[in-house]
Write a protein that binds this ligand. Structure first.
Ligand code: NAD
Length: 338
């Protein structure tokens, strides 16, 4: 992929290898000089890389971002941002760290510069998912969208191939219309699993996840996301891995009501059909297919059905209790979608 910049009314995206080095200039252009840098505990090396690029000119660091944006973490991080008198937050990481940056920015009004390192696409959406007392809720507000996003494809080289596969499938879950995004991921993810250091495949996959993220930011969510939010928020299942398992099943459930879309989607897969294509892609990417492998118990299925139906999202095919239970059971057991 060529380097490029894309500016919409509310978000500027800077795409290309090595673009992380533009951060000092970007901060200066915005008159910002005191950033709080955010990461997970696993990405402290990348956080330190950022600190070096900024020549140590930062308010401080917070490296305790975790998945599903729990309320306790948010409260602690907001207090630290205020204590350190940060004038902006810079998040470097996947959706977990970006989610933390979004919630701090939303609560404090501090600008948020976002440096994604997975394919989650959260950087392109005005959506924030937060978890409290075992329930994950989402809010949507234009102020949640980060102002500047830096897609440096060199930063994604370190994403382990298993996570690349599940996170890439997570990105495909976001794209309904832009076939280009799905096509880029379907063709590049198997190359990444074969060779995680391939810069060309990484760049193409990051481009695909960016397109899919833009799509997620502009559409409503339906059964797939409702199910994944329930499984993540109430059973603490890992985000990308859960999306990677649920995607073909949620799509198969909805497929009878969206024949034209299914036809277009099918054209992107070598199998010529979307459900067969996704089942095959899961195998090619060697992702786990069963939620029970991530700790969901068979007796949790009924609770998951109840929570999913308690505040349902709109879906092209109405979500019926027994059919939903069968969808979750198949995901739990690791069966192919059909
Ligand atoms: P993540 O951010 O939790 O990352 C998973 C693990 O991989 C972490 O340990 C992380 O530090 C590590 N990692 C990330 N990038 C790496 C890299 N390049 N090299 C090495 N290690 C790396 O996982 P995720 O799937 O990106 O994000 C999940 C979270 O994002 C969930 O909380 C989900 O709800 C949220 N999300 C929100 C939106 C939205 O629009 N609001 C969209 C997608 C995901």
């Amino acid at each position: 992929m060529e380097n490029f910049e894309y500016k919409s009314a509310s978000c500027r995206t800077i795409f290309g290898n090595g673009t992380i080095n533009k951060l000092p200039d970007i901060l200066e252009q915005q008159d910002l000089s005191c950033p709080l840098l955010l990461s997970t505990a696993q990405q402290v090396d990348q956080l330190n890389q950022l600190k070096n690029i900024l020549g140590g000119k930062i308010a401080g660091t917070y490296s305790k971002a975790v998945m599903h944006t729990p309320r306790e973490t948010t409260i602690e991080a907001v207090a630290i941002a205020k204590d350190l008198k940060a004038d902006c937050v810079v998040s470097i990481g996947g959706g977990s760290t970006i989610g933390l940056g979004k919630t701090i920015s939303f609560r404090t009004g501090l600008p948020h510069i976002c440096i994604p390192t997975t394919y989650a696409g959260s950087d392109q959406t005005p959506i924030l998912g937060e978890t409290e007392d075992g329930l994950k809720v989402t809010i949507s507000d234009p102020k949640i969208l980060p102002g500047i996003v830096i897609y440096d494809a060199d930063l994604i080289l370190s994403l382990p191939s298993e996570m690349s596969a599940t996170s890439g499938l997570n990105a495909i879950a976001h794209a309904r219309a832009p076939l280009e995004g799905i096509k880029s991921l379907v063709s590049s993810l198997p190359d990444i699993v074969a060779d995680p250091s391939s810069r060309s495949a990484r760049s193409l996959s990051f481009y695909g996840s960016w397109l899919c993220g833009i799509c997620l930011g502009n559409v409503g969510m339906a059964l797939h996301h409702k199910l994944c939010h329930t499984l993540g928020g109430s059973f603490n299942l890992p985000h990308a891995e859960t999306h990677a398992i649920v995607l073909p099943h949620a799509l198969a459930y909805t497929a009878p009501m969206i024949p034209e879309i299914m036809k277009k989607l099918g054209s992107v897969f070598p199998e010529g059909a979307a459900i067969d294509g996704l089942n095959a892609l899961q195998r090619r990417l060697r992702v786990k297919k069963a939620l029970k492998d991530y700790g969901l118990r068979e007796e949790d299925i009924d609770t998951a059905v109840t929570i999913t139906l308690s505040k349902p999202y709109w879906n092209p095919r109405k979500v019926q209790k027994d059919a939903l239970k069968e969808v979750i059971r198949r995901c739990w057991a690791g069966e192919d979608a059909r």
